[in-house]
Design a binder for this molecule. Structure first.
Ligand code: GLU
Length: 311
């Protein structure tokens, strides 16, 4: 596909999305996120050759929230490998992102690394043997390295806002601690979790950071192998089945690409062998996934024939 074809598709989809009025609701349970303008919209696609097609608010940093869980999972697998799966499962949850009920039924082992409980268990695994500050620094440096952009930072106001109001996450963490699933002090693990969710990135930075997942673990521009091909394939599989909470089936049905959403309204989607895509529109649907982000990806994937399930 020529650069011009991709540029045109991205621009036309962004233009269409910017006109839409059915934008969903901005997350308000983290007070600081409620201040974001629901009319923001950004879309960036980075293809195999490193061509960047960008439109809308492509360079505005937003709170990546749960999209950070893709990168903490990658780090945790790098640190402890398959032992991670003793603490967290790999099955879709079919439950809201912050559900407590399922955790009780399954004796403190979260269903997958992308629901909140699972991501907190993953954060705990990365934290072991380190100070919270070191772990956060490592997560941040990993993202800066992947996107080739050292300006990425944590939005401390968002982290503080969630720390003040994150009672449900505290409940999940304490519950897992009672089963011995968490090994660090709960406050330390939650502190790191809230802060990595509060990392702010633009669509451009995020699409660049996701490139290794689209290209069998390697950044095709630098040739650097971030993870083995098998690991990239498996992370994509978890994104496909669990990346949108109990909207994961619908996302697979409509978009057909591995993806991970965050309540900040971002989605990172991977077209294996083709492109890494980031979209941001802060209005959410009832499952907490970006309403227009999904709509934009649905049109893009259909128009370019990128669904992994066929054209
Ligand atoms: N930090 C958010 C929370 O734990 C992440 C949720 C999300 O992005 O889905 O509630």
């Amino acid at each position: 596909m020529s650069n011009a074809t991709l540029d045109r598709a991205v621009k036309e989809i962004a233009d269409e999305m910017m006109k839409r009025t059915d934008r969903g609701e901005v997350a308000s349970y983290i007070p600081e996120l409620a201040r974001i303008d629901v009319n923001s919209f950004g879309l960036v696609v980075v293809d195999t050759n490193g061509h960047v097609a960008a439109a809308g608010d492509a360079d505005t940093p937003f709170s990546i929230q749960s999209i950070s869980k893709v990168f903490t999972l990658t780090l945790a697998l790098g640190m402890i490998g398959d032992r991670l799966w003793e603490r967290v499962g790999r099955e879709p949850s079919g439950s809201p992102f912050n559900s407590i009920v399922q955790l009780e039924r399954e004796r403190g082992i979260p269903r997958n690394p992308f629901i909140n409980a699972g991501a907190i268990a993953v954060t705990d695994a990365i934290l072991s043997g380190h100070q919270p500050k070191e772990t956060l620094g490592e997560i941040l440096r990993f993202l800066q390295f992947l996107s080739g952009d050292s300006s990425i930072t944590i939005d401390d106001a968002v982290a503080a806002s969630e720390q003040r109001t994150g009672f449900r996450n505290a409940a999940l963490a304490n519950y897992m601690k009672s089963f011995g699933v968490l090994t660090n002090p709960v406050d330390f693990t939650l502190g790191v979790y809230f802060h990595h969710c509060a990392i702010a990135m633009s669509c451009r930075q995020l699409a660049l950071a996701g490139r290794f997942l689209a290209h069998s673990g390697r950044n095709p521009s630098t040739g650097f192998l971030v993870v083995q091909p098998e690991r990239a394939r498996r992370i994509n599989a978890i994104m496909m089945t669990c990346g949108h909470y109990d909207g994961s089936g619908e996302f697979a049905y409509r978009v057909g690409l591995p993806g991970k959403s965050g309540v900040g309204g971002g989605i990172l989607a991977i077209a294996p062998g083709k492109a890494s895509i980031a979209v941001w529109s802060p209005g959410l649907d009832a499952n907490g996934n970006s309403e227009l982000g999904r709509a934009a990806l649905e049109i893009l994937s259909k128009r370019l024939g990128w669904s992994i399930f066929g054209a």
